[in-house]
Write a protein that binds this ligand. Structure first.
Ligand code: SF4
Length: 188
């Protein structure tokens, strides 16, 4: 008996438009497609149905949707979703945190990252001993910037590990005297 493995689609590389070649909405001599169906008015249900039907058979639907969201392309039907259906996704994109994107970046792929994902790449790279030079290459930043990002992590880790004993850090207000409960005011 043979088993079929469904490979996880790799993340689309930034600026990679090769997926266009597999788009079923590409009009050819043998497969003419009216591009107008992808730009319907909200009540043109025939066009919407026709476009969604093509998207439903499209092998690059995910790449198409990602490209539209990451490129801020709010016009027309993309990845099987109308403009109205994509609107909330465009808003949510800035808050995306997808660890597979972080891993893909560490592995050397040039994927689109949100701010949170980018921060996670820096932390993961630091934890795994990735050099500043390679981090710079991975994030397409200068080595100086990569050094600064690592410095910030080192500083944050050092500050986190500082002793929390209040007696070792006298407050200027109390001049080193121990505070009693009443010193915190009536709300305490
Ligand atoms: S998902 Fe739809 S719009 Fe996107 S490439 Fe495929 S057919 Fe075209």
């Amino acid at each position: 008996m043979t088993t079929t493995k469904i490979a996880t689609a790799p993340h689309r590389v930034l600026g990679d438009h090769n997926w266009h070649n597999e788009a079923v909405c590409q009009s050819t001599e043998y497969n003419p497609v009216d591009p107008e169906i992808f730009f319907p008015e909200p009540d043109e249900t025939n066009k919407i149905t026709a476009a969604k039907s093509l998207c439903g058979q499209c092998p690059v639907r995910r790449a198409c949707l990602d490209a539209a969201l990451e490129g801020g392309d709010t016009d027309g039907i993309r990845g099987g979703l109308t403009e109205e259906e994509r609107k909330p996704l465009h808003k949510k994109l800035a808050h995306r945190f997808d660890y597979s994107r972080v891993n893909a970046t560490i592995a050397g792929r040039d994927v689109h990252l949100t701010t949170a994902e980018r921060r996670a790449v820096v932390h993961a790279a630091y934890r795994h001993g990735v050099t500043e030079q390679r981090l710079a290459w991975l994030l397409k930043i200068t080595e100086e910037h990569a050094q600064k990002l690592y410095r910030e992590i080192r500083r944050a880790l050092r500050n986190r590990d500082l002793p929390q004993n209040a007696e070792t850090i006298p407050s200027p207000a109390t001049d080193g005297k121990r505070l009693d409960r009443d010193d915190f005011g009536t709300a305490a």
